[in-house]
Design a protein around this ligand. Sequence first.
Ligand SMILES: Cc1cc2nc3c(=O)[nH]c(=O)nc-3n(C[C@H](O)[C@H](O)[C@H](O)COP(=O)(O)O)c2cc1C
Length: 194
Amino acid sequence: MESRIPHRSTEWKYVQDAIHGRRAIRRYTSEPMDRASIEQLIGAAIQAPSAMNLQPWGFVVISGADRLQTYSDRAKAHLLATSNGVSSQARHLLGEDMNIFYGAPVLVVLCATSHDQQAAEDCCLAAQNLMLAAFAAGYGTCPIGFARPWLALEETKLEIGIPKEFVPVFPVIVGFPDEEPPSHGRHPARIVWA
Ligand SMILES: Cc1cc2nc3c(=O)[nH]c(=O)nc-3n(C[C@H](O)[C@H](O)[C@H](O)COP(=O)(O)O)c2cc1C
């Protein structure tokens, strides 16, 4: 059946391109990112909707591939030492040589800044905005769930300078992509016309 979405043709194409073209990028060039570009992506992130328009998000920007490499080692050690939350499949991925940040120059940690029930959902919507905007601007991104348990530790927050009231929800790496991975496809949507 032909789509009856009343679209503004140009915007529709751009949005479709970004939604379908974005991929998790796991290879980056060594080129650093400038502050203004990161701020632009965060500007897109905060256009996301939020429950009661509370906008309960904060952004921690950690720069430097070498710094992230050392954080990767520590995040991995923490994950492997704490049995909860790591499936045997994930353990298998966390080999000694594995950098969970894939050499990216920047990690943006989207954090909930309130204990509102829906703050985490709001942060995830902001993260998707950031990833789509990054794709449109020529950057690569990848969510890094593996980093969250370590980032959420009180001692890690203190060391990195993450404010106490920030709760890490969605870490995402950003940088210049050094690969163009294909889509792994999607299962057909389960739709119930109720
Ligand atoms: C909440 C969340 C956590 C993720 N954590 C990781 C991660 O720690 N490491 C990783 O390489 N990919 C991670 N991913 C990326 C997914 O593996 C990826 O999005 C999925 O395989 C689909 O591929 P695509 O994004 O290229 O469409 C995560 C994705 C989400 C949504």
